[in-house]
Design a protein around this ligand. Structure first.
Ligand code: NCD
Length: 361
């Protein structure tokens, strides 16, 4: 059993009752994150290291010889993509990231095609995957499922890393990493993320991307956060308390127009009506939560507009051609960040940095 897993609580409830920092400690192996489950596992140093690694990978991948090098790094490994919720971007982004590293991907995308239909528990299904594969990348509708699997596998004789690709309404850790990378790149010549104002807008109650990103932003100094949503879909108190306890300015706002001028980044999200119980969001007037074309003249010349995608009506199509709309670049950043995460999980980051130094140094 790996070092940190030895003292892992034997009962899930006992483990899950621990403070998040203590749980995160168990998801390390030696000096690196082994299971990537929640945003709070990452500190500033790690975020900067991951962003630098993603940039190196992006540059190395520009040449044929660089691509050949990357493809040799994990060609002896196999990945299982277990996606029990709809996904195109995150799925394909991980799929492409695996291909870039030579890591062979396989997929199970619905419970109907797995033995879960025969009555197997999802826990047993995932444990089965761990017998065939070297990493499990998973998206699941249950909030703590990825964490539970990481705990479960860590207690077996054959643990494999688990990467959370979206869990319930709770966390979207790898999206938050790529969002940080997009902010790092956007503010590269403006002193980085420190001191910036980030405006989150849309369904902040059920949008897991905003929750994870808000938590990761506490790794930077003096970041101000505004949460723009109708009262029914406002960010939940666990997040605002987390921010306030750490001394971060945060305020709930009820129209995007009121804060668009102060934003260094506007993080738009869609209404997550798949979580509606009785079509309740259909009755809401959402016009105050759309990024309208006329807001382009209010947004700072250096401000950026982000979106985890998929988009609906919350950003007018005409906004796409403005250079401050970075959501399509954000998608591509996601692929590079996921390559960086996989490479780092398997301890190949140093090899990439050395190759980069040699060829670009
Ligand atoms: C998000 C998700 O699935 O949480 N999409 C994504 O992964 N890029 C946001 C969404 O579905 O609205």
């Amino acid at each position: 059993m790996l070092g940190n897993f030895r003292n892992l609580p034997k009962k899930w409830d006992e483990f899950h009752a621990l403070p998040i920092k203590d749980r995160a400690r168990f998801f390390y192996s030696a000096d690196r994150i082994y299971h990537t489950i929640f945003a709070q596992q990452f500190d500033r140093k790690q975020l900067e290291r991951m962003s630098d690694l993603a940039t190196c990978i992006r540059k190395v991948a520009k040449t044929r010889s660089g691509m050949d090098f990357l493809q040799g790094l994990l060609s002896h490994k196999r990945a299982m993509l277990y996606f029990q919720q709809p996904s195109t971007r995150t799925f394909l982004s991980f799929y492409a990231a695996c291909q870039i590293l030579g890591l062979k991907p396989a997929e199970v995308r619905s419970a109907e095609t797995s033995s879960e239909i025969k009555g197997e528990t999802p826990e047993d299904s995932v444990r089965t995957f761990s017998s065939f594969f070297d990493v499990i990348i998973m998206r699941h509708p249950e909030a703590n499922f990825a964490e539970k699997i990481a705990w479960l596998l860590s207690r077996t004789e054959r643990p494999v890393p688990v990467i959370n690709a979206g869990s319930g309404k709770d966390q979207h850790t790898t999206q938050a990493l790529l969002d940080i990378y997009t902010l790092v790149r956007s503010f590269e010549d403006r002193g980085g993320i420190d001191g910036k104002t980030i405006v989150f807008c849309g369904d902040l109650k059920r949008g897991r991307t905003a929750r994870s990103l808000a938590q990761l932003l506490t790794n930077f100094d003096n970041v101000k956060m505004y949460f723009v949503a109708p009262p029914e879909l406002q960010i939940e108190d666990d997040i605002t308390t987390y921010l306030t306890e750490r001394g971060y300015f945060n305020e709930k706002v009820y129209a995007l127009r009121d804060v668009v001028e102060t934003a260094d980044a506007v993080y738009m999200t869609r209404i997550q009506d798949e979580w509606d119980v009785a079509g309740e969001t259909k009755k809401l007037d959402l016009t105050a939560f759309n990024f309208k074309t006329e807001y382009l003249s209010l947004l700072k010349p250096t401000g950026v507009i982000m979106h985890p995608l998929p988009r609906r009506k919350e950003i007018a199509i005409e906004v796409d051609s403005d250079p401050r709309a970075v959501y399509w670049r954000q998608v591509r950043n996601g692929m590079w960040m996921r390559v960086a995460l996989l490479a780092s999980t398997f301890n190949r980051d140093k090899a990439i940095l050395e190759h980069f130094e040699m060829t670009n140094g």
